[in-house]
Design a protein around this ligand. Sequence first.
Ligand SMILES: *[C@@H]1O[C@H](CO)[C@@H](O)[C@H](O)[C@H]1NC(C)=O
Ligand SMILES: *[C@@H]1O[C@H](CO)[C@@H](O)[C@H](O)[C@H]1NC(C)=O
Ligand SMILES: *[C@@H]1O[C@H](CO)[C@@H](O)[C@H](O)[C@H]1NC(C)=O
Length: 760
Amino acid sequence: MMKTNPSIFQFAIIFILILEIRIQLSEEIDFLVNRSKAGLFHIPKDLSLKTTILDISQNYISELQTSDILSLSKLRILIVSYNRIQYLDISVFKFNQELEYLDLSHNELGRISCHPTVNLKHLDLSFNAFDDLPICKEFGNMSQLEFLGLSATQLQKSSMLPIASLHIRKVLLVLGDTYGKKEDPESLQKLNTESLHIVFPIRKEFSFTLDVSVSTAVSLELSNIKCVPDGHGWSYFQNVLSKLQKNSRLSSLTLNNIETTWNFFIMLLQLVWHTSIEYFSISNVKLQGYPDFRDFDYSDTSLKALSIHQVVSNAFNLPQSYIYKIFSNMNIQNFTVSGTHMVHMVCPSQISPFLHLDFSNNLLTDIVFKNCRNLIKLETLSLQMNQLKELASIAQMTNEMKSLQQLDISQNSLRCLPPKVKVLDLHDNRIRSIPKPIMKLEDLQELNVASNSLAHFPDCGTFNRLSVLIIDSNSISNPSADFLQSCHNIRSISAGNNPFQCTCELREFVQSLGQVASKVVEGWPDSYKCDSPENYKGTLLKDFHVSPLSCNTTLLLVTIGVAVLVFTVTVTALCIYFDLPWYLRMVFQWTQTRRRARNTPLENLQRTIQFHAFISYSGHDSAWVKSELLPNLEKEELRICLHERNFIPGKSIVENIINCIEKSYKSIFVLSPNFVQSEWCHYELYFAHHNLFHEGSNNLILILLEPIPQYSIPSSYHKLKNLMAQRTYLEWPKEKSKHGLFWANLRASINIKLREQAKK
Ligand SMILES: *[C@@H]1O[C@H](CO)[C@@H](O)[C@H](O)[C@H]1NC(C)=O
Ligand SMILES: *[C@@H]1O[C@H](CO)[C@@H](O)[C@H](O)[C@H]1NC(C)=O
Ligand SMILES: *[C@@H]1O[C@H](CO)[C@@H](O)[C@H](O)[C@H]1NC(C)=O
């Protein structure tokens, strides 16, 4: 007893803990109110008190007041960007103690009143109309601050002082259109941030001396750099960049929205080549003019990855091979050129250190890297969204890339596959088939052939390492079930949105898919629907069922055949071994007897009748009658009249017989050829007279002891012939096993309750 108590106690504590955790979790679930683009001029009054996230961006709100948001004590995230707010008093948030994310970017803020707010993690005041940096003394206490967005048209070193002791992850500094008039190049000196993004005034020739290298940032992003050929922009910008060479902290540089010349662009690359920068990314570049042919100095670089995105050039007839040569000989690991009009790339002139090349979204054709033996280190190559057409050339190209593991040639104009890769992305092409013999992709592990025109699953015989297959949105209507069985290593298969034809052939596939669905099949069951026939259209494969019998014609025929055969054999066996017809006749007679017994008015009968039955037989059959018939009837206490036993002296045989018949309920005739020959004549006259054998006569029981051939019946015995033809007799069975039923039937037909006094 003592032992159980603590454990119950522990359970209770755990239970309470779980409850508390659940309560906390449920409190953390966000309550989002999104009134973005709602044409608002004021903060709505009808906001729920539970609101944790409020998005009122892209409206016409010009004022924020304490009363607007006072009651939203749970508010954590407030997005007011793209409005018309001109003045901000930070004390309006003094009741929103939970507030940690405040986005006021893209307003018209010119002034700000300070108030201590310590909980903010994200404060965005960028793209506003501030002259001086909107940095309050109080910001110095926002030790949680991770992001700070600022805007100003003039910078002073001192204005950064309040936040100098913070460690901010990212600072966005947007310089207004009039920035540069009174520039202090050292203004960023006190800025303590990991990542700095400076947005220079747009459409303005670069003419700033701001020293971007003095901050603590390791990652620097500069937007809007315009250096036209005749201006001084390049020299200013060159000056800014050259200062970076002295800054060994900086490892990542991103330039956005650059408008310059080819020459400056290549000089820019060359300058960065000799800095500490490891990751260099340039996007949205507009280039003018033609490059001069100068050698590129690849020596002494820290660069690992260069990305160039979205380049347009106004030059009509560019000396492309010069540019391609500069690119292809870069001694870096990762190189990306995407969204340009690059139509070709040449082979590096010596073994290249390239590991990852991404040339997606250009205009490359089948001759790219043709016969190139210097890309033997290359591991991944993306040629997505280019103008590739022939797979044979891709096969040939990749053949020389001994280390290639991933090839993405999706979204090209390819028509059919290439070898020796592990990951192959071919989605969105025009592939109609994956030819078995040509393609020996023994190493292939992941294959993406979504959005092609494939009619069948690939054969796992040739891709037996395949573990991931993406084959959605093709033309597969009748997939075979073999696929899943042959692909032993498959971990994930995605085959939805194919036009499945829900007929019998699909059944096995659905079964095999259903078995592994939860583990392996992506998008199951929702993306797997019948497309045809019409009556199944839209039905999920999961819910598509047909019986095995209706599907398999052979099975159906065999089943019917077997059933018929079994039936025939059974019936034949019953007929042969158990004499079914005999039994049927017996049963039929039994039921007839029962029916007749019910319809007979007994009282009338009982008055005149003394015996249950009269038996007539030939002397030749007397042995059977004495040993079989009589004992079997009399043991049931049935009273039998035999003409020799109940003989009345002084009367003729016929009179005695007739007397017997009249006092008996039934007349039993034991028929045999002997009987017909010797006895029938005794009755013929009487029967003719009394019409005993009229249609439906009840009183007569014929036992056929031995078969009587038709010819042996004298032609004048019409009645007998009729009776025999109607087969209304009980047949004495030779088999002992049938005797029981015979006697029962016979007894049933003569069993009637006779009056007691009749016994005497
Ligand atoms: C609010 O809705 C807009 C689209 O109307 C969407 O762009 C924005 O992301 C939504 N805001 C939030 C916080 O989900
Ligand atoms: C910052 O916080 C400290 C103590 O936490 C306080 O003494 C100081 O006045 C605060 N500074 C501002 C500008 O609010
Ligand atoms: C190079 O690219 C690969 C693949 O995209 C990526 O995993 C890797 O981190 C990149 N390395 C560098 C140094 O950027």
